[in-house]
Design a protein around this ligand. Structure first.
Ligand code: F6P
Length: 323
């Protein structure tokens, strides 16, 4: 049975991670466990960067963006020796359980640790929403709203100048953010990794929008698409006169990960963090805590890692009908 739990955030930060850290801490204290915060993700786990946490250590953080623990991507942790070092450090500090708040790569690390016999549970956290095991991951809703605000703003200036904009959003190999931003932002098209759209098709969509008398055309491009922003801008370099609209490109980048989490992510982080502890308290380890429907779901990490969640064809179709 676990008595002292450690919590870390790993990989790309996501709005709502602090809510999850707070929830892990308070839920663990509630069942009578000691809690330790690990600085800088797996790198900190290997370096023994442990900070004792009480209920008060996580006060006043639910509204903060980023992660108070810091995050990192660690190559050393991908080695067997690195993971053994992490387990040695935790054992020496009397830590007998770990909660990993992070995305795909981070949950692969959690899975490897659990395969070595260490009690670990994950919290599904990434703005990419690519994790199998959760319909929606922590940070997606806030990132989507940030992308949406940018799209609304770009639409205003696009209309003033009768321009088309290619707007690139994050998401790694997953088109979820781009597709949802396109639907919510009333875009003319979403270019995503899962369903190929050629530059010729993008050109056709922009031209048709111009011919229909629109004041602007907005194309949301996923960074992981075969033809992402750079590839499309290169293609259009000597074809600008054929589009009708003048063309501009904007990459939203890390702005999508910054700033305060919205209400949805604060609540989701709280539910998932407490859920990871709840599973541990009933002796369930090696699972990813996610949300399915509106209920918490615990899926074996073995079934989640190394995969990318698919995109709904119906939603893609809906986006093009609405355009
Ligand atoms: O996984 C989250 C994410 O923001 C991806 O959407 C993006 O491709 C990547 O992280 C960027 O990584 P970094 O913050 O290391 O530049």
């Amino acid at each position: 049975m676990v008595h002292k739990i450690a919590v870390l955030t790993s990989g790309g930060d996501a709005p709502g991670m602090n809510a999850a850290i707070r929830a892990v801490t308070r839920a663990a204290v509630d069942v009578g466990w000691d809690v330790v915060g690990v600085r800088h993700g797996y790198a900190g786990l290997m370096a023994g960067e442990f900070v004792p946490f009480s209920i008060r250590s996580v006060g006043g953080i639910i509204q903060l963006g980023g992660t108070i623990l810091g995050s990192a991507r660690s190559l050393e942790f991908k080695t067997d020796e690195g993971r053994k070092k992490a387990i040695r450090n935790m054992s020496a500090a009397g830590i007998d359980g770990l909660v990993v708040i992070g995305g795909n790569g981070s949950q692969t690390g959690a899975y490897m640790l659990s395969q070595m016999g260490f009690p670990v549970n994950g919290v599904a956290s990434t703005i990419d929403n690519d994790l199998v095991g959760s319909d929606i991951t922590l940070g997606v809703d806030t990132a989507l709203n940030i992308a949406l605000e940018a799209i609304d703003r770009l639409k205003t200036t696009a209309s003033s100048h009768t321009r088309a904009f290619l707007i690139e959003v994050m998401g790694r190999g997953c088109g979820y953010l781009a597709l949802m931003a396109a639907i919510a932002g009333g875009a003319e098209a979403a270019v995503i990794p899962e369903i190929e759209t050629t530059p010729e098709q993008v050109a056709e969509i922009i031209k048709k929008s111009y011919e229909r008398g629109k004041a602007h055309a907005i194309i949301v491009v996923a960074e992981g698409a075969k033809y992402e922003l750079n590839a499309l801008m290169t293609y259009f370099k000597d074809k600008k006169d054929e589009l009708g609209f003048e063309l501009r490109g904007t990459e939203l980048g890390h702005i999508q990960r910054g700033g305060a989490p919205g209400a949805f992510d604060r609540v989701l982080g709280t539910r998932l963090g407490a859920g990871a502890v709840e599973a541990m308290a009933r002796g369930e380890y090696g699972v990813l805590t996610g949300l399915k429907g509106n209920e918490l779901a615990w899926t074996p990490l073995a079934e989640c890692v190394g995969k990318t969640k698919g995109i709904s064809d119906k939603l893609f179709k809906l986006a093009s009908i609405m355009a």
